[in-house]
Design a protein around this ligand. Structure first.
Ligand code: XMP
Length: 533
């Protein structure tokens, strides 16, 4: 059993002392808009740190972020409904600049004494707005008339005292309103691509109105994180499970940069990885970064446990349990351990922070260490806890990780086992690895790798009749799966060029022994899933 020092975090929960950059920020108060996360991403793309907070957040909980401005998000409610969410008083009393977007604008108008009413005509889609007040900082450098994206039912009929209309549209005399204290409301969505000058407008708010500096950069993040990890860990010992994926790789290299040999990485080779992947993880972490790496060769254990098993859920359970057993065994060998590093990302944090908050959009949950035994619920070091996926990749590049790891497509924890239909054997793994490598080679060679969410081969449990030379064959059928997606919740089958598909097919049937047929899966999700099992 692993000897653990320090206090186990309650239920494995993180202490909130991770790499949060407190130089300065802008916070987004979430009223449940499908676009809240997009607003936060846009702000960060403009190099200003941004977090999404609940509309119930207290000033005490927000002050530590050193906010220079507040954005009130859109949302599905109407301010006149019972229990419509409102902004906390500190938003208006703090003297900070405020930008209300859509519902956020209506909330601001309502709370500050203006009048909001249902529109006779709901506005969805493109609209043209015209400025009607000169020299406004929010419009700096923008044309007097511009295209925007609207999505609202209510609108402002009378601005609150001290506010004036700064722009109008055909349907509304007040699509932008402002006062002389840096409080602004806009009826449209600057964060979506359909508002072509939305980025400039947001930047006018961030730089011109809030006075923010563009300092949220990967380099600054790395430096600040190093300091925070050092503060959190002290001279404690940290372990990290490497999976081969980008999140754990970036988390591990960041922690390694901060505390060097106090970190030990554990890589469990379950025998279910793709061709060359195991070697690449070892090369990167052992040779390049010179981290303490425990390499646990566990192929035999995993394949032994999977012998004769065909049920997909059963396979997942066995692989999960086996992983924990091997990981625990290796961690025990290390001795006293104080912390566990995980590559948890911001979308997961937003979800757990807003659980029970009925207005928030539901975001897919995933639990990287679900099922760890009680004695392994260590204090967590989660240096990526406030990053979006694309920021994790930028930080990975900043840390010198190879592009093959940084831009790696998602790969499921149970690995190739859920891409082999039926029983998993060494022989089938060999067939699938070779076929999969060809898919990835061709996808990459044709410049399609980064534009495709996932692309891989599946070994079906079907055999089909074929002919090679003068001989009849009875070989495996390989299915190719390639999808486009934003978040894996839904996916569309990728319209790969025929010549690429043709080349993949020819190469697999020529180069991979015992395969005589290749098919392309043209099912979207739903009704299919991305993986076959
Ligand atoms: P499905 O097949 O449900 O997959 O459409 C959605 C995304 O999740 C990945 N996936 C998994 N990842 N453990 C994981 O870590 C799993 O058991 C698992 N099953 C599916 C899949 O690759 C896709 O990106």
């Amino acid at each position: 059993m692993t000897q653990i020092s320090g206090t186990p975090a309650e239920g494995g929960k993180v202490q909130d002392i991770s790499s949060r950059v407190q130089r300065e920020s802008v916070v987004v108060i979430d009223f449940g808009s499908q676009y809240s996360m997009l607003i936060a991403r846009r702000v960060r793309e403009s190099k200003v740190y941004c977090e999404i907070i609940s509309h119930k957040a207290t000033w005490e909980s927000v002050a530590r972020l050193n906010p220079k401005g507040v954005i009130l998000s859109g949302g599905p409610a109407s301010v006149y409904e019972d229990n419509a969410p409102l902004a906390p008083d500190w938003v208006y009393e703090s003297g900070l600049p405020v930008l209300g977007i859509c519902y956020g604008m209506q909330v601001m108008a309502h709370q500050l004494g203006g009048i909001v009413a249902p529109s006779s005509k709901k506005e969805y889609g493109h609209a043209q707005i015209s400025q009607n007040a000169p020299n406004q900082r929010i419009f700096q450098g923008l044309p007097s008339s511009m295209q925007v994206w609207m999505s609202h039912g209510d609108h402002i009929t009378e601005p609150p005292p001290g506010f004036t209309s700064l722009a109008n549209s055909e349907n509304s005399p007040i699509v932008v309103m402002g006062n002389d204290k840096g409080m602004l409301g806009i009826q449209f969505h600057p964060e979506v691509a359909h508002t072509p000058q939305g980025k400039e407008l947001l930047e006018n708010f961030l730089y011109g109105v809030c006075g923010c500096q563009p300092v949220w950069t990967p380099g600054n993040f790395v430096n600040d994180s190093i300091r925070r990890i050092q503060e959190q860990v002290g001279d404690g010992k940290v372990i990290c499970a490497l999976s081969g994926g980008v999140d754990s790789a970036v988390a591990a290299s960041l922690v390694h940069k901060a505390i060097g040999n106090q970190l030990t990485c554990i890589f469990v080779n379950n025998g279910l990885m793709r061709k060359g992947e195991t070697q690449q993880v070892r090369d990167t972490f052992q040779r390049h970064f010179q981290t303490n790496l425990v390499y646990a060769e566990a192929t035999e254990y995993f394949l032994g446990a999977l012998k004769g098993v065909t049920d997909p859920e059963q396979k997942r359970k066995i692989i999960g349990a086996e992983f924990i057993r091997v990981f625990d065994e290796e961690a025990t060998r290390i001795g006293t351990v104080d912390f566990l590093t995980q590559g948890t990302l911001y979308p997961d944090v937003i979800e757990s922070d807003t659980q029970g908050d009925d207005i928030s959009a539901k975001i897919k949950s995933h639990h990287n260490v679900g099922g760890l035994p009680e004695h392994m619920k260590l204090n967590l070091v989660e240096p990526l806890r406030y990053l979006f996926k694309d920021e994790v990749r930028e930080v990975g590049l900043e840390l010198g990780l190879p592009e093959e790891i940084v831009y790696r497509q998602p790969f499921p924890g149970p690995g190739l086992a859920i891409r082999i239909i039926g029983e998993v054997t060494l022989e089938k793994l060999e067939v699938l690895r070779e076929a999969d490598a060809i898919v990835l080679e061709e996808i990459t060679a044709n410049g399609l790798y980064r534009d495709t969410w996932q692309s891989f081969a599946v070994l079906t449990d079907t055999r089909s009749v074929g002919v090679t030379g003068d001989f009849r064959t009875y070989g495996h059928v390989i299915a190719i799966r390639a999808v486009n997606s934003d978040d894996a919740m839904t996916a569309d089958w990728a319209k790969l060029p025929y010549d690429v598909l043709g080349r993949i097919s020819t190469r697999i049937s020529n180069e991979v022994p015992d395969v005589n047929r290749v098919v392309y899966d043209i099912t979207s999700k739903p009704p299919g899933t991305i993986e076959w099992e």
